[in-house]
Design a protein around this ligand. Structure first.
Ligand code: GLA
Length: 339
């Protein structure tokens, strides 16, 4: 049982390709970003958790078994409850959080917070990062009520800077593939906020589940393709996105291994078009950012994360990145880099 102050740092993530397929048996390609959360935990000898953050204000003091309250400390509270249930820690805890991961921008600030609180609670030698990521997903699914897949928790728990985590979401096996030196990933905040807990994520996830149920399969990514013709309307579009995205991300793994930047870029663009037309999670402002990023010379660009706002990710040649960014910002003065 750990009894001392423990401080951990966990990054946010950007997903390069493999969107909306981490609950459908797909392979996804996230990588850590520089922004991170620093979290310190210490036992406080009471039956109350005290959770504070300079940025989010308001220290939260709550009993140890308080249910989710749909505010930012939920991520910490849920993780502490899980850590106590697993016997990792005992009693109330003081937790302080400092994070520069933008919130509501599709960069996994919530998964990073949960994973950080679990890592700060894990006794030495107990539980590997995969099991810890699965525990973090349970916090998000069961405590916070967000029916997300496993991508974000795995990306922030097991990812490595400068490497893409090629993650098979069926069994959580993964490869860490170095990002080639002549590839630059630029993560760009649109300025449009969105919350996974606001219901739009759950709505799309239910639509995907309905499509899988109608076809009688657990994993839409495992289909051969022609079965999709049995569906129509929105379920057909959602299933088509998932199936085609599953194929694209496998091709993207090959392109990354072959260091084929333009092939990877083309797959990113096809992914964006599918998120826009079939998954219907883009917004006109995100589409314009992607179009302009490409027109100004990016090899690839796409909405990243769940959509309805958040960020786009672009793939650019490092030698062009500075002028490309200046030109893009001139067209979209509200954007900010988040890589
Ligand atoms: C969110 C979820 C992930 C994943 C993405 C979309 O980030 O937390 O599990 O479904 O959206 O790819």
């Amino acid at each position: 049982m750990s009894t001392e102050d423990v401080t951990v740092r966990v990054p946010g993530r950007v997903n390069l390709i493999g969107e909306w397929i981490d609950f459908s048996g797909g392979t996804v390609l996230p990588m850590p970003i520089r922004s991170e959360i620093t979290l310190t935990r210490r036992p406080n000898g009471t039956q109350t958790d005290v959770i504070g953050s300079a940025q989010f204000g308001n220290e939260a003091r709550v009993g140890m078994d308080t249910p989710a309250r749909h505010d930012w400390p939920d991520a910490v509270r849920g993780a502490l409850q899980a850590a106590r249930a697993m016997g990792w820690i005992d009693g109330g805890q003081d937790v302080s959080v400092h994070s520069d991961i933008p919130v509501g921008q599709g960069l996994s600030s919530s998964a990073a917070t949960i994973v950080a609180a679990l890592k700060a609670s894990r006794p030495a030698g107990e539980t590997d990062d995969v099991a810890l990521a699965l525990a973090a997903r349970r916090v998000e699914n069961e405590f916070m009520g967000v029916p997300c897949g496993i991508m974000d928790q795995m990306a922030v728990a097991a990812g490595r800077r400068g490497h893409v985590l090629a993650l098979d979401t069926v069994d959580c096996s993964f490869e860490l593939l170095p990002l080639p030196d002549d590839w630059e990933i630029v993560v760009i905040q649109s300025g449009v906020q969105r919350e996974l807990a606001d219901g739009s994520y759950k709505m799309r996830q239910l639509e995907c589940q309905a499509a899988a149920d109608a076809l009688g399969v657990e994993h839409l990514c495992a289909l051969m393709g022609p079965e999709l013709l049995k569906l129509s309307g929105a379920p057909a579009r959602r299933a088509r996105h998932i199936w085609t995205e599953g194929q694209r991300s496998l091709e993207a793994v090959d392109a990354l291994k072959a260091r084929d930047r333009s092939a990877f870029g083309r797959l990113m663009v096809a992914s964006h078009n599918s998120l826009r037309d079939d998954m219907e999670v883009s917004l006109p402002v995100m589409d314009r950012m992607v179009e302009d990023a490409l027109a100004l010379g990016a090899e690839g660009a796409r909405l990243t994360g769940a959509g309805f706002g958040g960020c786009i990710a672009a793939l650019v040649a490092p030698e062009c990145a500075a002028t490309w960014w200046a030109a893009l910002q001139a067209r979209h003065p509200q954007i900010k880099r988040a890589d």
